[in-house]
Design a protein around this ligand. Structure first.
Ligand code: ARG
Length: 596
């Protein structure tokens, strides 16, 4: 569990020390060190500093070089251009640093110094409805953020704020009351047919049937409509018989959600599913406190919160409606109750909401209301707003008939494509896989492709759902990373008696240095990703790693290297690359098959 400072951090510290030793007035100046093509690192902070001190940057840089004590890490440091410092680290220092990482099961990644408690709200599908691409994004991004934060030692409490409450349930429950067999399993014994996917689909089709039938009646029969409305009142007042029917509907949906989660290879635990209904008993209290404190006011019968900077197109203020004029509660009320619970009872110091960017205004108003009410410390809540998934036409993803695309269909197609790719590659490469192995890997590659395409795009951006690109073997795809990993495993298997052993006494080829320095950046990359909640930066790091590995593999023979020590050292680089890829991909929720 030893944290290993990167060479970049060490060199940065050395230059900063030399800077303050040679120039006391610059004690806290940042040398601005970055990776560079010219040398390993370049520091250009002397330029801005010289300007500030009205000095000559080259002279300043020369002074810093003179003040640098000799060290094991730095092989060469020289002034270049207008006053940059070019720094080359020693080959031995690279290998020694990587050896320290390899000796640690966390690859030298430290825990956060002051971990806190984060409550993260993600994957919140709606009961009795299909899951769509929006739910895919929330699930995949949320799962990665959970893993990344937990890896740092943060206490993470997951909340799936599913849409399981509201007036729409009156209609469904009333219909079910009047047609008690509507959700019965037609013919087939429950759970008998096939895998969980089948029963999930069956559950959803029963719900669809219930939804369509009750909707038709609701729209055509005034008396049913009234009975459905009365049913909502019964539901909210906790009538046991009504709750019973409601639970059947929620239970049926949970079967479907879990089937999708299984297919997506994401673990969602029942105890973390705390839907809108869970806050029902708190809503009166929310209203009371908001009204008493004057945070909310009655306006045309409704309980509203107003904001100076939120206005509609007509210039009139648009309020957050906490309670409707008929006494009903909406989406805002449950979110406010959830904040009180998460901060007050669960002890969260950070609240995250992985929700579509189109709900940004809602969260802005909810957070501000909770802050005014004293339930939420300033800045403690944040929406991780994600963009829209687009079709190839650049418009929000729809079927040809203009309907929302079902997530199960998309995932099924991704797995099918990926399976074809796996089969073809195995045949080309002479890798004998059984049908079962092909299917398993097809699943891991297909689901990985969908997750990676999502996670490698910066969250707030829209992206085009393009399966051809997602399962492509070249370019920035999970398949490319998975093949890099599998190729390394195959080399390690072929190595026979040769073991991965670091040899700091050897000099390194350029491709080995580039790969090594990139491996050394893993811990800092992860820390940055966790601080800013940007999984796409981890994806970019891993893609860089696989690319540097590919170059290394092309330029530096591993098992056929000139001597035994070089073979061992290169196997060591291979092994650490594989472990880093595996760890990084796992944090993104993506599998790395051993053979592909
Ligand atoms: N169920 C909502 C939807 O499908 C998302 C809920 C987001 N979470 C929340 N706390 N409001 O759009």
């Amino acid at each position: 569990m030893a944290s290993v400072p990167s060479l970049a951090a060490t060199v940065h510290q050395r230059v900063a020390d030399a800077l303050s030793a040679s120039l006391p007035e610059a004690a806290s100046a940042d040398p601005l060190l970055r990776r560079s093509d010219r040398a390993d690192f370049q520091a250009n902070g002397m330029l801005a500093l010289a300007k500030k001190l009205k000095g000559n940057p080259r002279e300043l840089a020369t002074k810093v070089v003179e003040a640098m004590p000799s060290s094991d890490e730095i092989a060469r440091i020289e002034v270049s251009g207008p006053g940059f410092l070019n720094i080359t680290v020693a080959d031995a220092a690279i290998v020694r640093n990587l050896a320290a990482r390899a000796a640690d099961e966390r690859l030298g990644v430290p825990y956060a110094e002051q971990p806190g408690t984060t409550v993260i709200d993600y994957s919140q599908p709606n009961v009795a409805k299909e899951m769509h691409v929006g739910h895919l994004r929330s699930t995949v991004i949320g799962d990665a953020v959970v893993k990344i934060l937990e890896h740092r030692g943060e206490t993470v409490i997951r909340r799936h704020h599913i849409g399981d409450w509201g007036t729409q349930f009156g209609m469904l429950i009333q219909y079910l009351e009047e047609h008690p067999h509507e959700l019965d399993h037609g013919g087939e014994a429950p759970g008998a047919a096939g895998g969980s996917g089948d029963s999930g689909e069956a559950a959803m089709s029963r719900l669809n049937r219930l939804y369509k039938a009750s909707r038709a009646l609701f729209d055509s029969d005034e008396e049913f409509k009234q009975r459905a409305r009365d049913r909502v009142v019964l539901l909210q007042s906790g009538d046991e018989r009504t709750l019973e029917a409601w639970r059947r509907i929620v239970g049926e949906s949970m079967i479907y959600f879990h089937a999708v989660y299984d297919q997506l290879d994401v673990e969602i635990r029942d105890e973390d599913v705390v839907g809108e209904s869970a806050y029902n008993d708190d809503l009166q209290q929310v209203v009371k406190e908001l009204e008493e404190s004057g945070v909310a006011v009655r306006s045309e019968g409704a309980l509203c919160v107003f904001f100076d900077d939120v206005k509609g197109p007509d210039g009139k203020p648009v309020p957050l409606i906490v309670q409707k004029s008929n006494g009903g509660f909406g989406y805002a009320a449950t979110d406010l109750a959830a904040i009180r619970d998460r901060v007050g009872k669960l002890g969260a110091d950070t609240l995250l909401y992985v929700v579509d960017a189109r709900q940004a205004l809602h969260f802005k108003m909810v957070f501000e209301t909770a802050r005014r009410a004293g339930w939420l410390p300033e800045g403690a809540a944040r929406q991780l707003a994600f963009g829209t998934v687009l079709g190839k036409d650049g418009k929000p993803f729809k079927t040809r008939e203009g309907e929302t695309v079902r997530l199960v269909d998309l995932l099924g197609e991704a797995v099918e494509r990926a399976t074809a790719v796996v089969r073809e590659k195995a045949e080309q490469g002479g890798l004998e896989l059984t049908e079962e192995e092909i299917a398993e890997r097809g699943g891991q590659v297909g689901i990985g492709a969908v997750k990676y395409a999502d996670l490698s795009t910066s969250m707030s951006r829209d992206y085009v759902f393009d399966l051809d690109r997602m399962v492509s073997l070249n370019g920035d795809t999970s398949v490319y990373l998975q093949y890099a990993y599998a190729r390394i495993q195959s080399i390690l298997r072929k190595a026979g008696d040769a073991r991965p052993v670091p040899h700091p006494e050897l000099s390194l080829q350029p491709a080995e240095r580039t790969l090594g320095l990139h491996l050394d950046e893993f811990a800092e990359t992860l820390a940055g990703v966790a601080e800013t909640y940007e999984p796409h930066k981890l994806a970019a790091y891993l893609y860089g790693l696989a690319s540097h590995y590919t170059t290394f593999y092309d330029q530096c023979p591993v098992l056929k290297a000139e001597d035994a020590a070089t073979v061992e050292n290169r196997l060591f680089l291979c092994d650490l690359t594989a472990r880093t890829l595996h760890q990084g991909m796992a944090l993104l929720g993506i599998r790395t098959p051993e053979r592909l």
